[in-house]
Design a binder for this molecule. Sequence first.
Ligand code: SF4
Length: 358
Amino acid sequence: MKRTETRKIKVGNLFIGGDKKVIIQSMTNTKTKNIDETIKQINELYNEGAEIVRVSIFDNEDSQSLKKIIEKSPCPIVADIHFNPLFAINAINDGVAKIRLNPGNIDDENILKKILTLAKERGTAIRIGINSGSLPLDIVNNFGVTSISMMMAMRRYVKIFEDNEFYNTVISLKATDAPLAIEAYRLAANEFDYPLHLGITEAGPKELGTIKSCAGLAPLLYEGIGDTIRISLTCNPVEEVKVCKKLLNSLGLYSNMVDIISCPTCGRLNFDMEPIVKEIAEYTKDMKFPLKVAILGCAVNGPGEAKEADVGIAGGIGSGILFEKGKIIKAVKEENLVAELKCIIDKYYNEYKKNKLC
Ligand code: SF4
């Protein structure tokens, strides 16, 4: 898949943009002023695979807590400063990797200029985050809420940044409506070379929000658009990271996970397969290495049915088969299928860890 080449923006020890990797982000939902809880959640997100984590700066106490959080964080921190430009200035002085702001929320252009000057001096990146729900009124009143309106607002803000010779910019044009977001991001990718932060905002609860986010982001990612993503779900944000990984993995943009391929089951099934799929998913959930594991209800089409899998099992009546790279290794009694599958998964995992150490 060819990816759109964008400007490379330094965010802490990482880069967003270029033409390859899509960086996974999430956001804490703790009170930032509760430093221990926030650090704990940042670590949970990082351990799951988040490469950048955003925290909310809602009041003075949050703002004063940021420095300690940056010091203790295992990954670059983004400060979301909402409406208060002073929080942006404090965050940059405290060494934050990136701030997210909506310039439409900052009335005083002189303060915005001060933020840009300081960010330039300190090498801080800024995301211009536009949401369909908070576009400038003059644009909405004349043109409504459309992808064109979103682009008009973005052009306005990018111009202010560029007039102040600030180019360390990431941009986002989020909408709650997936087709609107797709249109807006396509227009932005066509016009700007700044890296794009993709997201469907306020996507909803875990299951529905996952579907909506994937409906909106998959077409863009498949077209090579998008340099970083955040999935916004109403649940523990660790789930957002899991969805990001699975979405990117489904499009061939992330490989550091075990992918489970399982059939939907049908009348040919002769054993209780669903608990086995759950057990293997649980067994492999913390194994961060590329492996495709197939679990099929029967061998009706042989292991060729799941030939893209590295290893797998297919059930039968009383016994099943274990296969590897599309070839049958052996027949296995039904009660031993799971143990045999775990054993071969372990073999691949241990080889991976050994090669990584060498
Ligand atoms: S693999 Fe077998 S059990 Fe599973 S859906 Fe296909 S035919 Fe049905």
